[in-house]
Design a protein around this ligand. Structure first.
Ligand SMILES: [Fe+2]
Length: 189
């Protein structure tokens, strides 16, 4: 994907923010501004093509992913979510901020208990909305039937280089996060 200028500028803002005192608030404010007009953002970000969307070993097509920036203190990506798959519960072990600019992400949440996790209320994250997840948050993403979602996910760390967890969707047993295991825990919607 050719990165549009608006996203290059956003990544620059995030990179400066993580050098400062309150990256979370600064990036949240920048995202609130960026997502105020989701339709214009959607028009400016090239759509994922069929080639961008890999089919996993177990046959799931989750959606496209374009990494805009990745470093020890910051990861920024454009993420597509396709209908038809419920992705498994997982955590990030770092603050995550998600803004949807097209369609809608179904967000399910779980809370840690003394002996595992339990489901808590979820929400729809609609185009134009921005959500902040704390370091301990556990969520799972899907897209509503017949409606792809596109979003920007920002992580205050290197999301590809962190020990984190994915959970069995039926037993809620916790496992080390690995992409194969994530795939194995996907379910048809
Ligand atoms: Fe996530």
């Amino acid at each position: 994907m050719e990165t549009p200028a608006v996203l290059t500028a956003f990544v620059d803002t995030c990179r400066q923010a993580v050098q400062g005192d309150d990256a979370r608030a600064t990036i949240h404010a920048a995202m609130t501004e960026l997502f105020a007009d989701p339709a214009s953002l959607a028009a400016g970000v090239p759509a994922f093509t069929a080639d961008d969307i890999a089919t996993s070993p177990r046959g799931f097509r989750l959606g496209g992913e374009t990494l805009l920036h990745q470093a020890a203190d910051l990861s920024v990506m454009v993420l597509g979510t396709l209908p038809g798959v419920i992705q498994p519960p997982h955590d990030h072990e770092m603050v995550a901020m998600i803004g949807v600019f097209e369609g809608c992400e179904e967000q399910r949440f779980w809370a840690r208990t003394d002996d595992g996790i339990e489901p808590v209320a979820g929400r729809l994250l609609e185009a134009g909305e921005v959500m902040v997840l704390g370091e301990r948050a556990i969520h799972a993403i899907s897209a509503p039937e017949h409606q792809d979602a596109r979003a920007i996910h920002v992580y205050l760390g290197n999301i590809s280089d962190v020990d984190r967890s994915v959970f069995d969707p039926e037993t809620l047993e916790e496992h080390p996060f690995e992409s194969d295991r994530y795939d194995a825990f996907c379910r048809p919607a």
